[in-house]
Write a protein that binds this ligand. Sequence first.
Ligand SMILES: [Zn+2]
Length: 329
Amino acid sequence: MSEPQHAYAWQMAQWQDVQKQIRAERLPHALLLSGPSAIGKLRFAQALAAYLLCESPGELAACGQCRSCHFQSDASHPDFREISPEEGKRQIGVDQVRSLQHFSAQHAHRDGGRKLVLIHPAEAMNANTANALLKTLEEPASGTLLILVSHSSSQLLATIRSRCLQLSFGIPSPELTEPWLRDYVGDQAMAQRLLAEAGGRPLAARQVFDDDGLASRERFDKGLMALVDGQRSPLQFAEEMLDADILQVLDWWVARLLSLSRYQLADQALTAESWRRFKSLPAKSVIGSLERALKLRSSFSRGVALNKRLILEGVFLEWAQLCQSRAVA
Ligand SMILES: [Zn+2]
């Protein structure tokens, strides 16, 4: 059984708002979760749906164990519908929304239980579709909760907005998002930079890291081999890596050297097979390079102003010379 989904740490205020409504049995039949994209509104909506369907929820999340949670985890809950544009389409189809009328007319499978409909993003409904949804809203089938998620709620029909209780999500505080992103990327300063680049939106920041991280790392590994094979000069390679995050590049460099060192000295498995060719390099020189890389890394992470280009040129030149001196094949 997988862990039940929680709302993110930066959404506790909204979570508690909803909890109050639930405890007072004042939860309306339609909620509108609005705010900028990539801050986790959909996750909040899914966690809330699981919570409301759960047979024995805790304070912060569904239990993850009951029959309802099992259904929910393999996306087969008979009392839950999630509607978003079908694959390859940008709009939610009117038929998708019309099918809700049948769904909400049925009784919940659990006695006294709720049924839930999650629609995201709500602005992907055109006027036709939105009107079909209004019909559903006008005849609130008892026990059905509609959760709309919108990145742009001003685009929704006013008649839809007015029927929903609106929960607003702003750009979350870095105090709460930084630790989360730091755990993911493994570096505080980089987490700060990514968040700044993404305008404070944590999921967008993580996406930047995922996209760029993988492509740049591949570029780095390939470039290093080209350097050793004499197909790139250290200056060219430094130029190529200038747009990558310097701390990230140094992290990769440290990780590769560490792995090589352990392979040479303790016969541990390499993290990259292609590095087997460096086995004959003097272990002492490899450790020397590793120590210098660690020092550079720590200077950069303390915010010491260093010339990125010169640093990279120095690192690559040293490595190329070391490999040439040993004629690494
Ligand atoms: Zn449960």
